[in-house]
Design a protein around this ligand. Structure first.
Ligand SMILES: Cc1ncc(COP(=O)(O)O)c(C=O)c1O
Length: 384
């Protein structure tokens, strides 16, 4: 793999992940595995393209051509074998911004919005800051495998839930939803006419033996689906701020487009345009290499913890680069463990903030093997 996925010093580079770690630690010897943001360079082709673009020296207002959406459609066709049309793609600044705008447009104050906990904690914040009410459809944990509680889902849909914010692949439990699960979900949503907003930001980070199925496959069957996705997670370009909303529902897309025009946010950041075009035309091979690297890190961590008494047990990872780790036989719950580790310079995410459980932590695997080993050694030293 040559120089790919190697340790990168991100201290003092305006990285929120590393600035927060620095702020909350008593030591300079920091290893952070918290925020979902990779700790190595992006794909060489993207770095090169941005370098070339910046050497041009003019950074005026951008224009987004037809080729932009066409490139995204090609990616969907090649990577997920699903056909979407260029007029179905609407650029937006970030996934969470897209979510916030869609909640504002397609629900009313005090409407019930469903999330499937444990889930990416910021969904709750976006829903609540839009004055909507969070309802939870808790995932069921069976034998270290998470599944959807369809009975409860139907009850919640029947009780007047307006929107389901679906996380696919699922952060933090690492599930890549299978066809049977998605079929069932769509059948229930159409029975109760619930809008599904599918956050597919992790769709390119898929481990061996799993296959990502976009909800775009259901566009012709059910007209009440909005997908929000981005190349930012997989290519580590979130700081450039770019995402895409995809829907076949013309009424939705007209409303979304006119809201972005009203907000004067309908053209993306100039550098982001270069990054996205390069990512989706030249980044495929790098994505596959990164997935192998993440899977190797996952196997390494799983074995490492198993060899050290299995106090921390890594659950199966189907997708995302975020390992979901169970705390076994420890005197610490997830909050205590996270806080204690912070004091010695190791930052992981407290599983409790995703809802439901005090017995899990989340650890990002999108780092060099060297960084991972250094962090794991410190964790195990601490746990004794
Ligand atoms: C499921 C999920 N959605 C959205 C985001 C944030 O995306 P953005 O920065 O585009 O708002 C993250 C970041 O970790 C995420 O895990």
């Amino acid at each position: 793999m040559g120089k790919l996925f190697k340790t990168l010093n991100r201290k003092n580079t305006d990285s929120i992940k590393w600035e927060l770690a620095k702020k909350h630690s008593n030591t300079d010897d920091i290893y952070t595995f918290s925020i979902a943001d990779s700790d190595y360079e992006t794909a060489p082709a993207i770095k090169e393209a941005l370098k070339k673009r910046s050497e041009h020296g003019a950074f005026g207002y951008a224009s987004i051509g037809d080729d932009y959406s066409e490139i995204i459609c090609e990616w969907y066709k090649n990577r997920y074998q699903v056909v979407i049309k260029k007029e179905e793609v609407i650029p937006c600044p970030t996934v969470l911004n897209g979510l916030s705008v869609c909640l504002e447009l397609f629900s009313n104050h005090t409407d019930k919005i469903l999330i499937q906990t444990p889930v990416y904690h910021v969904f709750r914040r976006v829903i609540e800051t839009n004055d909507r009410v969070v309802e939870e459809n808790e995932l069921i944990l069976d034998n270290n495998h998470y599944r959807i509680d369809f009975k409860d889902l139907e009850n919640k849909f029947n009780s007047g839930v307006k929107i389901l914010v679906f996380c696919s692949p699922h952060n933090p439990v690492g599930r890549v939803w299978r066809k049977q699960e998605l079929d069932k979900l769509i059948n229930l949503a159409s029975k109760y006419n619930v809008l599904i907003i599918s956050d597919e930001i992790h769709s390119d980070i898929i481990m061996q033996h799993s296959k990502f199925i976009s909800l775009a496959n259901y566009f012709n069957q059910y007209n009440n689906i909005i997908i929000i996705s981005a190349p930012t997670k997989v290519f580590n370009i979130a700081g450039l701020q770019i995402a895409q909303i995809i829907t076949r529902n013309k009424e939705f897309s007209e409303k979304i487009k006119s809201r972005y025009e009203q907000l004067h946010l309908s053209t993306p950041n100039l550098m982001a345009i270069t990054a996205v075009k390069t990512a989706y035309t030249k980044g495929e091979k790098w994505v596959d290499l990164q997935n192998n690297h993440i899977y190797d890190n996952y196997l390494f961590m799983k074995k490492y913890f198993a060899q050290h008494g299995n106090m921390l047990e890594v659950l199966p990872l189907e997708g995302t680069y975020l390992a979901w780790v169970k705390i076994n036989n420890s005197k610490y719950n997830s909050t205590e463990l996270t806080e204690e580790l912070q004091k010695i310079g190791v930052f992981i995410s407290d599983g409790n903030k995703f809802g439901q459980d005090k017995n899990f932590v989340r650890i990002s695997l999108a780092c060099s093997r060297e960084q991972l080993i250094n962090g794991l050694e410190k964790m195990i030293d601490f746990l004794g």
